[in-house]
Structure formats: structure tokens, C-alpha cells
Design a protein around this ligand. Sequence first.
Ligand SMILES: Nc1ncnc2c1ncn2[C@@H]1O[C@H](COP(=O)(O)OP(=O)(O)OP(=O)(O)O)[C@@H](O)[C@H]1O
Length: 230
Amino acid sequence: MDGLKVEKVNIEIKNESILKDISFYLQPGTITALIGHNGAGKSTIMKTLIGLQEKTSGTISLNGDSQDDHFLSFKQKLAYIPEEPFLLPELTTMQHFQLYGKSYQIDERDLKEKVDYYIHELEIGDKLHEFPESLSKGMRQKVQTICALLPEVPLLLIDEPFMGLDVYAADFLQQQMAAKAEQGMAILLTSHLLDRLQDTADQYLMLQQGKVVDQGEMGSFHELKRRFAE
Ligand SMILES: Nc1ncnc2c1ncn2[C@@H]1O[C@H](COP(=O)(O)OP(=O)(O)OP(=O)(O)O)[C@@H](O)[C@H]1O
């Protein structure tokens, strides 16, 4: 089945239950907001999906590939923007893009076109040969964002996409998400900026203390906002 299927996932860290029986399905072409207070488990879900956090039990599959049985092809089908930029200190901005191009087997001409487009739109064309340490936090976030936008994969995961980006870059990322979803990508994002989420996502999953306590269409947002504030 196409899309991301998460079934009965449990995570324990140091004998403490962090995620409890998490199940959800992300349909291709949809944008889903993962909502919850600090410590609800949002980043842990993201880390589990990319394989950085081991599951205690449960199954995860993407377009039919099980994370446990076909990890490499599973991983090739997703791109991830972490909450804190994670760049390699020894690589320049351009070398990061080339690394992603190689990892996701992006055709060279296609990669160049995409890089030219994104560096122009995100105004980092003059930073191509800089190393991460000489970039501002927002610029590092832009480099990380471009890396994740380069591959055409079935799933894009974004942890706090708008943090650290200026308003133009955040608007651009929002437009890119809509365009990618239109082409069939499933997108899962977390954000504390509920108004941004209202404009970006089609549906939401609400987490409380490691459990999915509600899910639905973003249309019922006013009710969601009222409950979220409780
Ligand atoms: N490596 C770890 N060791 C121990 N506890 C952890 C670890 N990682 C996460 N936790 C705990 O798991 C819970 C969920 O954390 P997580 O970072 O997933 O929350 P979050 O919803 O992303 O929060 P925030 O909105 O603050 O980013 C928290 O109680 C946190 O303390």
C-alpha cells in the first residue's frame, strides 16, 4: 500500500514508556501536522521514522517497504529536516548538496537546476563555498532545508520547519510543501506555530504524553486550538 503506515509503535527509553501504541496512516499527497505540548513525543516519532530511535515494538512501512526488513530502501524513500540543523563541519554548502544528490541518485543536470533554483529563492547563492561554521543558524537551516527538498521521495518529515527561518524563507518552504504534496508526496511536520499550521496542513495528529489522542481535518482547527490551549 502506498503511503506511510505506522502500527502499534511503542518506544521505551531507560525503562520509561515514551511512545504508547502509536498508529496512523499518511496518504500520498497530504500534509499532516503533528501537534502536542513540549515533551509530548513529536521529535521521538520523527527520530523513530528515520531510524535514529529504535522501536520497542510495532511496525512501520512506507510504500510497502517495512522499516525492519528493508531499511535501506525505506530510508531512500524519505527526506528529513531536523529541528536543529545537522551539517557536516568538513563539507561546504555545495558539497552537502552534492552528497544528497549522490545519496538519492539525482541526475547531475537535474541537481544543478534544483540547486540553482533553491539557492536563488532562499538567497544563499553567495554561501555555496562556505563551511557550516561560518554560516548563521538561519543559513544552516536553509542549507538543511534545501538538502531535504532536493530528492523526489514519497515522504518528507520536517521537525519545526519555520523555526530559525525568516518570514520569506518560511513562506517559500510553505509553498514548496504545497507543491510537493500536489505531486503526491506525503508530508509530516511538527510546529508550535498553530496559525502557520492552519495555512499549511490538511490534517492533524494530536499527541499527549506519548499517545495519539485525536486526529482529524485541519478544518476543525478552531476547536483544536481551543482544546490545545486547555
Ligand atoms: N534520549 C532520551 N532519554 C530519556 N528521555 C528522553 C530521550 N529522548 C526523549 N525523551 C523523553 O521523551 C519525551 C518526549 O520527548 P520529545 O523530544 O519527543 O518531545 P517533543 O514533543 O518533540 O517536545 P518539544 O515540543 O519540546 O520539542 C520527553 O519526556 C523526553 O524527556
